[in-house]
Structure formats: C-alpha cells, structure tokens
Design a protein around this ligand. Structure first.
Ligand SMILES: Cc1ncc(COP(=O)(O)O)c(C=O)c1O
Length: 468
C-alpha cells in the first residue's frame, strides 16, 4: 500500500499503543464471554446484578487507565448482562447478532464514522444506501422506495408517519414543517385495537395524538377486521400491522389496501418483525398486500439479527420523506449525492447502515429465508410440546411467536418466575385478550433444535414444579 507523505517518517503516535491494547483486551473478553454463554444462566444471577453497585460510584475526579475501565466493565458488567447472544433467550422479540454484523459494529466504532452526511462518511452513506435497497428487495416493496436507518421500529414508525403527515397536509395546501399543526386541516388516524404502543407513541410525538385515533376492532388473533373499517379518505392515515407482538398475526392487507388506496388514504405498516416473512417463499403469503402501502417501519435488530440497534423507515414517496426529514444549512455542505440525514430524524448518528449491510451480506436472500423458516419451525415445536403436555396455546402459531397459558394468572406468573430463576431459558409474561400468558419469541439465528428441546423441558419442569 503506498504511504501517504504525512505518515512516511512520523513515529507512531503514543495513543496508538493504548488503543490497540484496549481493543485486544476487549476482543479477548468478548471471546471469553461467548465461550462461557452455554454454561451461564440466561438471566444474570442476583449476585452479578448486585455487583453493579461497584460501578455506580461518584463521578471520578481524575482519569482512569482505559485498560482498567475495560477490565472492570468486562468483569462486572458482563456477568450482569442478559444472555441475549445465546440461543435460549425468548423474551419480547429480540434477535441475536450475526457474526458479520457484530464484527462490523466493532469496525464502525473503531472508525468512529458520523453517518449523517456523505462527506463525513462515504462508506457509511454508500453502505446504508445499499442496505436500504437490499431491505426493500427482501421485503418485496416497490422500486424507488426511499428509506433511512434508525435506532428501531419506534423511531422508524415516527419517521415514516412524519412523511405521511407531510404528504397529506401538503396535498391539502398546508406546510406542516413550516407552520406546525396550529390551524392545520384535520387528519384522521386509523389504527387497529392491537396497534403496538410504540406506534401510538410515534403518533403522540408527531402531534397526532394517541387518544384521538380511530381504533378498528380485531379478531381473536389481533388482526384488524376489514369489515369494521371506518370511512377512509385522502385525509386519513391508516396504520396496519404486519406481525402482532403477541400472536405474530398479520392484518389482512390484501383485503384492506386496495380500497384504502382508492380512497386516497396513506397506508402505513408497522412491520417491526413480521414484514421479514416476505423473505421466505414458505411464509411470504402472510405479507401479501402490504406492498401496496405508502410506508413501512421495520427492525434490523429483530429477525435479521443485526444486533442493537437497527431499524428502518421505508417510504414509497421519497419526496415526502425528504420534506419531513431533511435539514439544510450552508455549513453542512450537502452534496448532490444521497445525504443520509435527509431520511432520518438525526443529523449526526452512528453508521448503523454498515452493520445492516454486513449482516444482510452474510445472509443473502436464502440466509434470511432460512432464519425465518428455522425460527418458525422452532416455534411450532414449542407449541406442539406444550399442547402435548396439556397446556393451552392461545394463538394460532403462524410465525415465530407462541402464547401459552398454564392456568389462571397466578399459576402462569409462578411458572414464569420459576422458569426465569431456573436459568436454562428466558421467557416473559404478557396478557392476551383478557388472559395471562407466557410469550415465547424465537428470533435468534443462534437457537438450535437442542436449545429448543432443553428449553421446552425447562418450561415443563417449571410448570410441574409450580403446581405443587
Ligand atoms: C409490532 C411492533 N412495533 C414496534 C415495536 C417497537 O420496536 P423497537 O423496540 O425496535 O422500537 C415492536 C417491538 O417489539 C413491535 O413488535
């Protein structure tokens, strides 16, 4: 490699030795962490959590040796972490982190890229653009769809809905970015009864209100009832869901989208995890119709296993997203290339598009399909094992989510507590249409058949132990 004149004769900088030593120590600690995963309980032990008190010290008055900082973090912090990178964490909907995405994350931190502007990080800008396009293709969305990489589906919902707000109000002759919502033409927002709370939070942040939405009744799986939709028109934002957090069920987009489009409504899809079913030929029928929407929110850190944090806002009408998000100032020196900050709420931000690029590159189309199909098969195995043992599986297991009740609310809570304390696996509680349940979400690329069998046995043990 040719040497740059500025570096040809320069002695190596003193901090280089510190940086390399710290990186090597972190790498060593990370490897030890991964090697110990199988032998530790999934939830951190109580003594490990209590030991965190040692890190909650008063603000240090003077600097510390970075090696010592990393050592303390690894020795005290690591044991107090939830074992999400193992194969037996089934809480919420949380994916693992693919090797390429994990390593990319280290490189991104080492490079310390600011992905807000092309000029500040050509690699951040170019790979984000590529990763957004790959995601569009995997999700089967229309050509020309624009998007940005954000922290998660909450912010993705916010970003896409800001584009919706812009588009509908601009059509009504109102410039919401300039004039705000004071005196603006009224928009109606329609959501399903089972809309995720983060969607409602996004509406609240946009001044559209959590409470003033029209809620459409749902069926027993949480799917919006197409026959119960209110009047839709060109001032309506209709929010659909692809993948219910509890049941994994999908709103019937194929029935809802064509008339909603004909009425001029903006259709937004919260598809935090469910939209990725599109990547699998076996499951893509579930997302039929969602491609007719105007905007979509999804997560990289759930099913694609990109690692935290990574979400995507995707919008059919690029101009609407840019109008809602772009920030122009002379000092920023915008280029005529795609400027990442034109598509997200932030200006400065981490180059998480690089991690998304790396993870999707590792997987390819068939790798993404394989994760979807394997985790769904694991969910089926859980459901079959629980049913065979006489427990009530509350949902139709169409995807990677399983809801199980062990009897009344108290008994179900006891089983969950017992399972979490046992440590072989980790599942959390939920409520489903008036019933208490335990939710099993199989979202990690790491989970093997052996993990499922061990976990199922642990669940059945906890259920048997809790009935005594
Ligand atoms: C349907 C749905 N929407 C939104 C979210 C919020 O996603 P995030 O936590 O990435 O912001 C979730 C999280 O599970 C979800 O399942």
């Amino acid at each position: 490699m040719p040497t740059h004149p500025a570096t040809a004769t320069a002695p190596s900088r003193p901090e280089l030795a510190v940086r390399t030593a710290v990186l090597k120590q972190a790498a060593q600690s990370a490897v030890e962490y991964l090697e110990a995963l199988d032998g530790r309980p999934v939830a951190p032990r109580q003594d490990a959590v209590a030991a965190l008190a040692a890190l909650r010290e008063p603000l240090p008055e003077s600097p510390a040796d970075p090696m010592e900082v990393v050592r303390q973090l690894s020795e005290i912090g690591g044991p107090a972490s939830m074992t999400i990178s193992g194969g037996r964490f089934f809480g919420f909907v949380i994916g693992g982190c693919l090797p390429a995405a994990m390593a990319a994350s280290w490189l991104v931190s080492t490079w310390d890229q600011n992905a807000g502007l092309w000029v500040a990080s050509p690699v951040g800008a170019e790979l984000e653009d590529t990763a957004v396009e790959w995601t569009r293709q995997l999700l089967g969305l229309p050509e020309g769809t624009a998007g940005g990489v954000v922290t998660g589906a909450t912010v993705a919902n916010f970003t896409a809905l800001a584009a919706a707000r812009h588009h509908l109000l601009a059509r009504a002759g109102w410039d919401v970015e300039a004039d705000g919502l004071f005196g603006a033409p009224e928009l109606r927002v329609v959501v399903g009864e089972e809309a995720h709370p983060s969607l409602l939070k996004s509406l609240a942040m946009l001044g559209l209100g959590k409470k003033r939405v029209l809620r459409v009744p749902v069926d027993g799986q949480g799917r919006m009832r197409a026959d119960a939709l209110p009047h839709l028109d060109e001032r309506t934002i209709l929010c659909l869901q692809a993948g219910n957090i509890n049941t994994g069920a999908f709103d019937p987009a194929a029935a809802i989208c064509p008339p909603a489009r004909a009425a001029g409504a903006w259709i937004h899809v919260d598809g935090a995890f469910g939209l990725w079913a599109a990547a699998s030929p076996r499951y893509s029928h579930l997302v039929k119709g969602f491609e007719l929407a105007d905007s979509w929110a999804t997560d990289g850190h759930k099913w694609p296993n990109i690692g935290y944090d990574c979400g995507l806002a995707l919008v059919r009408h690029s101009a609407a997203l840019e109008a809602a998000m772009s920030l122009r100032a002379a000092y920023l020196g915008h280029s005529d290339r795609r400027e990442p900050s034109d598509y997200t709420p932030e200006l400065s931000r981490r180059a998480r598009g690089i991690e998304l690029w790396a993870g999707l590159k590792q997987l390819g189309r068939s790798g993404m399909a394989e994760i979807v199909e394997r985790t769904c098969a694991h969910a089926q195995r859980f459901a079959a094992g629980l049913k065979a043992a006489g427990f009530d599986v509350l949902n139709e297991v169409v995807l990677n989510q399983v809801l199980v009740s062990f009897g009344d609310a108290e008994k179900t809570a006891r089983v969950i507590a017992c399972l979490q304390a046992d440590g072989v696996c980790w599942c959390g509680p939920t409520a489903w249409q008036g019933k208490s349940a335990m939710r099993i979400s199989v979202s990690s690329w790491v989970t093997s058949e052996d993990d499922v069998e061990k976990s199922l046995a642990a669940v059945l043990r906890a259920a048997a132990g809790s009935s005594r």
